[in-house]
Design a protein around this ligand. Structure first.
Ligand code: BES
Ligand code: ZN
Length: 425
């Protein structure tokens, strides 16, 4: 505990005085009393309640191996990186961390960079070392648009009310941290909601994906394909939230109740529209994204290991803040250029929206886990990088910052329906 407090202070100081991020105001910037802020952070960490023990894995309990870009490490240059890397190649380095240091790392990175650099966290050293290998390339495939009537009918079904209600419910949990009781409760709540969608539909099932090293579960709703059930299309977004360290209030209404809610609304619209795909569709709410893509990392690796044929993955993370001129932006890195182009064509053909592209940075959200495992993945985002919601990762990431409704998020739900229908046919 003593070690944790010391490193917390050092980390805060390092982060607080790092280069200032364009479009993002660090809490400790601009004449705030740093000493008082640090003291408050220590007290908050010390009194953090609701922290659950990590299940299983006694030999590595509390430890995690992360991989990140070496350039990002040198830019961070905080107390966190006094340690030597366990391994590295030209681009990436692998470090061993205490689980308790992860919040600090993501918070520090977010404050230091003008982009979200991200890192991958693994339960095992072996998993992290695999990151040093080049990612396998997905096989080339054709993308066709020939379901116009079905898409137009089904893409009209998502409702703003459905999305905003789910955002409100998720944001009402004190936080959805992957190690906290309320983060577990939020996952269980979502499972119950999704089970309702499966009722009286024998080809639909809901199951938690239990993670070995932390208590929050990912949630998977499977719509079994009628013709080629072994081929799988994945749509999803992370259900966890974070705001600084520990058990702080983290409503995460935009990041990422909005993406989880859109995922749910796509499933609802398709199922209530009486749609049954030829291929299998899996809707996933990922646990522990904010801790280094740990939930999606484990799931995508498990799918690859089991030989699951994932035809495509669409990541929904931050969908409800209209910060830019265009409606939907596609992240160009750690994603599939061919599938990104297909998504653009879907909008042009079927939806009255405009789109653009942005660059995120190394592995900034769950699509990167699928790309890393050789699957075609895309990430649809609310704005340009510079104009994204400035309240994320704070207690102020609430629905009212997005106009109190889910009008922007609705566009992503309609796109998700079009994507599912044209890819899972
Ligand atoms: N939703 C964000 C990613 C994001 C933020 C994309 C801002 C574009 C603009 C995601 O939940 C997140 O916070 N990711 C972390 C990295 C992750 C590997 C811990 C980040 O960006 O710092
Ligand atoms: Zn985030």
């Amino acid at each position: 505990m003593r070690f944790m407090k010391l490193s917390l202070v050092a980390g805060l100081l390092a982060c607080g005085f790092g280069p200032v991020n364009a479009g993002y105001t660090p809490d400790f910037n601009g004449g705030v009393d740093v000493k008082a802020a640090v003291q408050a952070a220590i007290e908050a960490a010390a009194s953090a309640g609701g922290l659950l023990p990590e299940p299983g894995r006694p030999e590595s309990a509390g430890r995690v191996w992360i991989s990140m870009e070496r350039g990002d490490v040198s830019a961070l240059d905080g107390a966190l990186f006094k340690r030597a890397p366990v391994a590295q190649n030209k681009r990436l380095a692998v470090y061993e961390f205490e689980t308790d240091e992860l919040d600090q790392l993501s918070d520090g990175m977010y404050r230091t960079f003008a982009r979200a650099p991200g890192f991958f966290a693994h339960d095992t050293l072996e998993g992290a070392l695999e990151d040093l290998q080049a990612a396998p390339q997905p096989p080339a495939r054709a993308y066709t648009l020939d379901q116009a009537a079905r898409v137009k009918e089904l893409a009209a079904l998502p409702r703003e009310e459905g999305i905003s209600a789910a955002i409100r419910a998720l944001a009402a949990f004190k936080n959805r941290g992957y190690r906290y009781a309320t983060g577990v409760d939020a996952s269980k709540w979502l499972q119950k909601e999704w089970v309702r969608l499966a009722e009286n539909r024998p080809y639909v099932s809901v199951a938690p994906f239990k993670h070995a090293a932390f208590p929050q579960e990912s949630v998977i709703l499977t719509v079994l394909g009628s013709a080629e059930p072994e081929k799988v299309v994945v749509l999803g977004g992370h259900l966890d939230s974070v705001a600084g360290y520990g058990d702080n209030p983290a409503p995460g209404a935009d990041d990422n109740a909005s993406g989880a809610a859109v995922t749910q609304e796509i499933a609802r619209a398709l199922l209530e529209g009486g749609y049954r795909p030829a291929k299998t569709i899996k809707f996933i709410a990922f646990a522990a994204e904010e801790a280094g893509l740990r939930g999606s990392g484990e799931i995508a690796a498990a799918f690859k290991k089991a030989g699951v044929r994932v035809e495509g993955m669409l990541n929904l993370d931050m969908t409800n803040y209209k910060g830019s001129e265009r409606d939907i932006y596609f992240v160009s890195d750690n994603s599939s250029p061919e599938q990104n182009a297909f998504l653009g064509r879907l909008i042009d053909a079927y939806l009255p929206y405009t789109w653009g592209t942005l660059k995120c940075g190394y592995g900034c959200s769950d699509h990167a886990s699928w790309t890393k495992n050789g699957y075609p993945a895309s990430y649809s985002f609310e704005s340009t990088f510079e104009q994204h919601n400035p309240f994320i990762h704070k207690a102020t990431d609430t629905l009212d910052k997005c106009g109190g409704n889910a009008a922007h998020a609705l566009k992503f739900a309609r796109l998700g329906v079009a994507y599912a229908v044209e890819l899972a046919k």
